[in-house]
Design a protein around this ligand. Structure first.
Ligand code: FES
Length: 160
């Protein structure tokens, strides 16, 4: 067994001190050490997008990101999108409004990815949205509803 590696990680505006194996991924740290289980483990090797979070505003696959690379960076997970009073992020609300999920397993990753997609300016057309959301797989094939949700949220995010 390796000695635990001591590090700090900032998630959703809160600092966590961890003593973990140096090989621990961000996804495992979030789920198993911090208790934020919104980010989902689908494939655990970068193919499905269920684990998507943002690091300094850019989307990353947390299953392929080592905690050891994150000192001084800010991680945002699905839990960090809503406001303190429980008001949902426009993207979360839009996914509900448009029934943009069935089983819901991919949904946290879809929503985080969709927020980043809008912020990157890659949500101007349906084709753009499909292209830039193509790293997030949905086994229930809710794709048309996801595109509609992103279009609704894009307008609300611009107003905000
Ligand atoms: Fe990370 Fe599938 S769990 S991409």
């Amino acid at each position: 067994l390796r000695a635990p590696y001591a590090t700090t990680i900032d998630v959703n505006g809160q600092r966590y001190h961890l003593a973990i194996d140096v090989r621990t991924t961000l996804l495992d740290a979030l789920r198993d050490h911090i208790g934020l289980t919104g980010s989902k483990k689908g494939c655990d090797h970068g193919q499905c997008g269920a684990c998507t979070v943002m690091v300094n505003g850019r989307r990353v696959l947390s299953c392929l990101t080592l905690v050891a690379t994150l000192e001084g960076r800010n991680v945002t997970t699905i839990e960090g999108l809503s406001q303190a009073d429980g008001t949902l992020h426009p993207m979360q609300q839009a996914f509900i409004d448009h029934d943009a999920f069935q089983c819901g397993y991919c949904t946290p990753g879809q929503i985080v990815s969709a927020v980043a997609c809008v912020k990157e300016g890659h949500a101007e057309t349906d084709a753009d949205i499909r292209e830039y959301m193509s790293g997030n797989l949905c086994r229930c094939a809710a794709y048309p509803n996801i595109v509609d949700a992103i279009k609704q949220a894009k307008t609300k995010m611009k107003e905000a």
